[in-house]
Design a protein around this ligand. Structure first.
Ligand SMILES: [Zn+2]
Ligand SMILES: [Zn+2]
Length: 304
């Protein structure tokens, strides 16, 4: 099953000429999910041929403008495009009130589709979405205001049946289903064919974690332990550690330490301060601690 992440923006609060603020598209088996929605998101989606109409679930990490100011325009565009199916907004609880009363009552009440709010839980790692093939969890971070990370986990697939076994044993649909779920096969003469001779293991489930706007946290290490790919904010290079802690952010070295301690497969860093035109230094510092690190850039696509 395909599982990719497309970086729409990986800058922080101040957009620069080369970087937009945070937004990314997680694609899994023809479903797309938007994670954060900075100001330019819908334009970037169009530019990169992301089908806005295919969007059913939007995840918002926190209510700083560089993570959600694009939401108003996007929700409106969905309406103008004739959207009828429901849209789910997995978001800090306060966003519902902001959208419905403070900012834009007209926008929300006249939408031609139903907007469902799924408030993120303050209590540890919590399931916020389950689809046929995926589970999405949220977990609290430590920022100046309430903030959450997300983990997209593939569900384990059933065992794959060895095709030749179907005609060989004249298997019925019910027998195939049972074998895929781990049962042995008993033939009419009482012979038992063990499951291991009928099936092969499915691919290992993959997982992706998104962590932005936080100090370095042990609870994040636990939450993202063993994921295949971790996107972690690295707002500053290591010489700004004090500034990072004052503003509730991380350095490249801190992001890499989380990746190393959590035993993830690959680290992608992002959410860079506007002071960095090139992020080679941040990537270098992260690689000294966790070699399999890539510095995100806008437009980058990576496989999970
Ligand atoms: Zn931010
Ligand atoms: Zn923030």
């Amino acid at each position: 099953m395909s599982f990719t992440v497309k970086i729409l923006g990986c800058g922080s609060a101040l957009p620069t000429l080369h970087r937009n603020a945070t937004a990314q598209i997680v694609s899994h088996n023809n479903q797309i999910f938007l994670v954060d929605c900075a100001e330019t998101t819908q334009v970037l989606m169009r530019r990169q041929s992301v089908r806005i109409g295919a969007l059913n679930h939007i995840f918002i990490s926190h209510l700083h403008g560089d993570h959600f100011f694009g939401l108003f325009g996007l929700l409106s565009t969905l309406d103008l495009s004739g959207r009828k199916g429901e849209v789910y907004l997995h978001c800090p609880p306060r966003l519902q009130q902001m959208l419905e009363s403070q900012y834009s009552p007209v926008l929300v009440h006249e939408l031609g589709y139903t907007l469902n709010y799924v408030p993120l839980s303050p209590d540890g790692v919590s399931l916020t979405l389950e689809t046929k093939h995926l589970e999405v969890y949220s977990f609290p971070l430590n920022h100046r205001i309430p903030c959450w990370g997300f983990i997209f986990r593939e569900k384990p697939l059933p065992l794959n049946i060895i095709k030749e076994c179907i005609p060989r044993y004249n298997l019925t649909i019910a027998e195939i289903v049972a074998i895929k779920n781990g049962s042995d096969l008993t033939l009419e003469d009482g012979t038992v064919i063990p499951n291991s001779e009928l099936t092969i293991e499915p691919p290992k489930p993959k997982s992706y974690a998104f962590v932005t706007d936080t100090t370095k946290l042990d609870s994040v290490v636990e939450a993202v332990r063993g994921v295949d790919v971790l996107y972690h904010e690295a707002t500053y290079d290591n010489s700004y550690e004090r500034r990072a802690s004052e503003t509730f952010h991380c350095t490249a070295g801190q992001a890499a330490t989380v990746a190393r301690d959590a035993g993830v497969g690959k680290l992608v860093i992002g959410h860079y301060s506007g002071r960095y035109e090139s992020v080679g230094l941040l990537e270098k510092q992260a690689r000294e601690i966790f070699p399999n690190t890539t510095a995100a850039e806008d437009g980058m696509v990576f496989e999970v």
